[in-house]
Design a protein around this ligand. Structure first.
Ligand code: SGN
Ligand code: CA
Length: 518
C-alpha cells in the first residue's frame, strides 16, 4: 500500500531548538518522538537560507537559479511542474495548509493541491487570515493550532484507505515577531538560557560580510521582537529609524556611559540598564524565551497530530517528516535571523518516521538538501522522478542504506543582497562532510541596496571539525592550500552540474594564490 505522506514545515526553526538534537535549550517531547521512532538527520542543508526560495526548492526539487525564485520578492510561477502536481496526477489527494509565501494571485497561488488554505505573506499569529480557492477568510485563534486543525480535518476526510494523501502542514511559527501562546508564558520565567559561546563574536578572521550584517541581537532587534515598549508607551514614531528608505523600529544598542529604561509590553514591568553587555544579554534572554515558547506550540501540535495517527490506525502507513524552511541563529555570532551559509542558518532540522521502512532511533550525517525532498516524496509514493528535478531521493539515507557513491556535498547560494534591513551580502559555496568553502563576490549586481560597498571579493574556508563554530577563516593558511583547491574543484563541479553561473574564475584564483605563495 502506498504510504500517506505528511510533510510538516515550520518557519525558522533551528535544530538546536528541538531537544532531540541535544542542545539542552528546551524540551520538545513530541518532536523527539519522531526522532525516537524514526531518524534524526544531522546534515540536512538548505540551498538558499531564506523562506520563499527554500519553499520553491522543496516544492520543485530544483535550485533557485532554475526555478527563478532567488529572493523573497521573486515568486513562483505556478505553471511550473511541482511535486504536488505529480503526486496528484498519480492518485494522491493533496493539500497544503499554512504558510505558502510563494506569491499570491492566479499566477502564484498553490497549484497541484486538491485543497489549500494559506496565509498571505508571513501570516499572523493571532486570528490569521487565510487565502483559499474560494476567497479570503479570517479564523479566530492561534495560527499553530489552526493550521493543525485544518490538517487533522483533511486527514480525517481522506484516510478511508482508498487513495493515499499528501499533506503539507506549513506552520507560521516560530517566525519573527515570536508571539507565544499564553499557555507557555511560564516557561523559563525564573531561569535563564545559556549564552552561546560566540555571542560576543567580534568577527575577526572572517570575511567582511559577517561584521557588516545587521542581524545582531544587541543592536538590530525590534521592540515587538522582544515584547518591549518604551517608557512613554508604544508609538508608531518613537524609536523608528530610517534605513535606506525603510522604517525600522530597533531597540537601540546601549553605549558605555548611557542608560536606558525599557518596559514589558504586557506586564508594564520596568527594566533599567547602564551596562551595555547586560542589556545585550537581557535582549538575548527576551528573544530566546519568546522564540522557544513559540516553538512549544509547534511541539504540542505535533503531539496532537501523532496522537491522531495512532488513534486512527494511520501511524503504520504514514510517512511523517518534520523540517523547517531554513535554520536560524539563536544568538550564535551574536545574531538572530538566517541568510548566511554559516552552520546554524544552513542546517535544516529533519526528522522522519515510517515504521517498517525507516529504522527507529537512528541518526545520519550523510549530506542531504532541500532539493532532495520532492524526489524523496515521489520515491515513497512509487512515482518516477521527473527529469527536471535536480535533487536525489533521500530514501536510502533515511533507511540507513546510503550508497558508497552518495555525493556528500551541499551547495548554497544566497542572492538577496538587496535587503538593506538585514545587510546580508550575497554569496555561494559548498559544504562537504568536513569543510566549507564560501565565496563572497561582493559585486554590485545592480539591485537596489547592494551594500558590499566595493569590498573586494573574499573566500572563506572553515574546517568544521576543528572549528565547529566557524570562527577562523583558514582560506589563506598555507596548510590548507590543498584543501582549498579540492573544495574549489568541488564547487566548480557542482555549479557546472546544476547549471549555476559562477562569479569567480578558478584558474585566475589558483594562479594568484600560487604567485602569492612563491
Ligand atoms: C521578515 C522579517 C525578517 C525576516 C524576513 C524573511 N522581519 O521581513 O527578519 O528575515 O521576514 O523571513 S519582520 O520584522 O517583518 O519580522 S522568511 O522566513 O520569510 O525568510
Ligand atoms: Ca523562514
Amino acid at each position: 500500500m502506498r504510504p500517506n505522506i505528511i510533510f510538516i514545515l515550520s518557519d525558522d526553526h533551528a535544530a538546536r531548538a528541538i531537544s532531540a538534537y541535544g542542545a539542552g535549550l528546551n524540551q520538545t517531547p513530541n518532536l523527539d518522538r519522531l526522532a525516537k521512532e524514526g531518524i534524526r538527520h544531522d546534515a540536512c542543508y538548505v540551498t538558499n537560507s531564506i523562506c520563499t526560495p527554500s519553499r520553491a526548492a522543496i516544492l520543485t526539487g530544483t535550485h533557485n537559479h532554475v526555478n527563478c525564485v532567488t529572493t523573497l520578492d521573486t515568486h513562483l510561477d505556478n505553471r511550473w511542474p511541482n511535486v504536488a502536481k505529480t503526486l496528484q496526477q498519480n492518485g494522491y489527494k493533496t493539500a497544503i495548509f499554512g504558510k505558502w509565501h510563494l506569491g499570491e494571485g492566479k499566477a502564484h497561488e498553490p497549484a497541484g493541491f486538491d485543497e489549500w488554505a494559506v496565509v498571505p505573506g508571513q501570516g499572523d499569529y493571532w486570528d490569521p487570515a487565510f487565502i483559499t480557492a474560494q476567497g479570503r477568510k479570517r479564523i479566530a485563534g492561534y495560527a499553530t493550532d489552526i493550521i493543525t486543525d485544518m490538517s487533522l480535518d483533511f486527514i480525517g476526510r481522506n484516510s478511508d484507505g482508498e487513495e493515499p494523501f499528501f499533506l503539507m502542514c506549513h506552520h507560521k511559527a516560530p517566525h519573527r515577531n515570536f508571539q507565544p501562546h499564553p499557555k507557555w508564558e511560564h516557561l523559563w520565567e525564573s531561569q535563564d538560557l545559556p549564552l552561546p559561546e560566540s555571542f560576543n563574536d567580534t568577527y575577526e578572521n572572517r570575511a567582511k560580510a559577517a561584521e557588516a550584517a545587521k542581524m545582531r541581537v544587541r543592536s538590530d532587534m525590534n521592540w515587538e521582537d522582544l515584547g518591549l515598549v518604551q517608557p512613554e508607551g508604544p508609538s508608531d514614531v518613537a524609536g523608528e529609524l530610517m534605513v535606506d528608505g525603510w522604517w525600522v523600529r530597533k531597540v537601540p544598542e546601549l553605549r558605555a556611559g548611557e542608560s536606558i529604561t525599557v518596559v514589558d509590553a504586557k506586564t508594564g514591568e520596568n527594566f533599567t540598564f547602564d551596562d551595555p553587555q547586560a542589556f545585550a544579554e537581557f535582549k538575548y534572554q527576551r528573544y530566546m524565551k519568546r522564540y522557544l515558547r513559540t516553538v512549544q506550540s509547534i511541539d504540542e501540535n505535533i503531539g496532537r497530530l501523532l496522537d491522531y495517527l495512532d488513534e486512527n490506525g494511520l501511524a503504520e502507513n504514514t510517512l511523517v517528516i518534520y523540517s523547517s524552511d531554513q535554520g536560524f541563529f539563536l544568538g550564535e555570532h551574536g545574531w538572530f535571523d538566517k541568510r548566511f551559509m554559516y552552520e546554524e542558518s544552513l542546517q535544516m532540522p529533519f526528522l522522519a518516521r515510517l515504521p517498517g521502512s525507516i529504522p527507529a532511533g537512528v541518526t545520519s550525517r550523510d549530506i542531504c538538501c532541500n532539493v532532495d525532498f520532492a524526489p524523496t516524496f515521489l520515491d515513497y509514493a512509487g512515482v518516477a522522478k521527473p527529469s527536471y528535478m535536480q535533487g536525489c531521493s533521500m530514501r536510502p539515507v533515511l533507511e540507513m542504506q546510503t550508497p558508497n557513491d552518495w555525493e556528500q556535498l551541499a551547495y548554497h547560494r544566497y542572492w538577496m543582497h538587496n535587503d538593506v534591513i538585514h545587510g546580508a551580502w550575497a554569496h555561494y559555496g559548498v559544504r562537504d562532510q568536513r569543510y566549507k568553502l564560501i565565496y563572497w563576490y561582493n559585486e554590485d549586481l545592480g539591485q537596489v541596496g547592494a551594500r558590499a560597498n566595493g569590498a573586494p571579493p573574499e573566500w572563506e574556508l572553515f574546517d568544521c571539525e576543528l572549528d565547529p563554530f566557524e570562527l577562523t577563516n583558514v582560506a589563506d593558511k598555507p596548510e590548507y592550500s590543498e584543501i582549498f583547491k579540492t573544495l574549489l574543484s568541488k564547487l566548480d563541479r557542482k555549479m557546472a552540474e546544476i547549471g549555476d553561473i559562477p562569479r569567480h574564475d578558478s584558474q585566475a584564483i589558483l594562479k594568484a594564490r600560487q604567485e602569492k605563495a612563491a
